[in-house]
Design a protein around this ligand. Structure first.
Ligand code: SF4
Length: 298
């Protein structure tokens, strides 16, 4: 079992099941057939379930997921984000935005960070590839060898990668993005959180950057940033901070995919550069004049 990464302190613990090993012992699934049949079965089951329960797709509003539009959200936070963008430049995602590929990328590094994940990801692409079938077909030693460039416990991460590949083929017909889009939003979030290493921050980030839903996603490593900017001193409780940060974004950033991705990226960058968790460098900060924390906010 991998230890929790500090960037995501509430990450779920590793499943006791090891489907990667099952995949090896029972033989590799026939990808093309399995994918088509599973997808058809899943759509049929979901269709019947929705008809039976009267549930419409994405009809359940999640906490912090309000319907404010761009006009309603011309906020102080937007002004601060504009200032951060002038300071750091336009930001873009440096990770794969497809849900399946993000899960792979996230496992490629440990402790997970943009740098470690990118190293493991590059090595995995060179040696094995990122198709679920390729990952299931690769030997544990080859997989671990690729993941070693991304940091610690490569053998355990190789096992985890096989587990995820097996589940994506077995449960989602090889197309996780399509499966997530076909189910209510709350279910999609629960499915993502059922993968080991993914908790609320990871699920929200995947749903936002894959274009499935404009979630008020908050960078897992820096929920303190938006709280300091808008309210003042953050709590000592990570979960409370995450929810508080989500609420601020939900109320202040338009319910728009691009606007929320921009907010996520700028808050992440600012948390890594200046507004660090333990010691914010307020003297160098471009939003110090308007920051609640720097101006003595509670
Ligand atoms: S002034 Fe300080 S606390 Fe406020 S956003 Fe900038 S670095 Fe963070």
């Amino acid at each position: 079992m991998l230890p929790d990464h500090p960037a995501q302190p509430r990450d779920k613990q590793q499943s006791q099941r090891t489907p990667g090993r099952e995949g090896t012992e029972r033989g590799i699934p026939q990808v093309a057939d399995l994918g088509r049949v599973r997808r058809d079965e899943r759509r049929s089951r979901q269709h019947e379930k929705n008809n039976h329960t009267g549930i419409k797709k994405r009809n359940k509003r999640l906490p912090g997921h309000t319907n404010r539009n761009a006009q309603q959200c011309n906020s102080e936070l937007t002004v601060s984000l504009d200032a951060l963008e002038r300071h750091y430049g336009v930001q873009s995602a440096t990770w794969p935005t497809d849900p399946w590929l993000f899960l792979v990328w996230w496992i490629c590094g440990y402790p997970a960070s943009d740098v470690t994940c990118a190293k493991g990801w590059a090595a995995l692409n060179r040696t094995v590839g990122t198709e679920p079938a390729n990952i299931l077909a690769a030997s544990p030693a080859v997989l671990a060898g690729a993941l070693k460039t991304g940091g610690l416990v490569p053998e355990l991460r190789a096992e985890r990668l096989k587990e995820v590949a097996y589940r994506v083929l077995e449960e989602f017909g090889g197309d996780l993005a399509d499966a997530l889009r076909s189910m209510p939003l709350a279910s999609a979030r629960s499915v993502l959180k059922s993968f080991s290493g993914i908790a609320d921050p990871g699920a929200d980030r995947i749903l936002l950057f894959s274009g499935i839903s404009p979630m008020p996603a908050v960078p897992s490593s820096s929920p303190q940033v938006v709280i300091r900017m808008q309210r003042g001193r953050p709590s000592d409780n990570y979960g409370r901070n995450y929810k508080h940060a989500q609420q601020i974004i939900s109320e202040s950033v338009p319910l728009d995919m691009q606007a929320r991705m921009r907010a996520f990226l700028l808050l992440k960058c600012h948390g890594e550069q200046l507004c660090k968790r333990s010691t914010p460098r307020c003297m160098a900060c471009p939003v110090e004049a308007s920051c609640a924390y720097a101006n003595g906010g509670a």
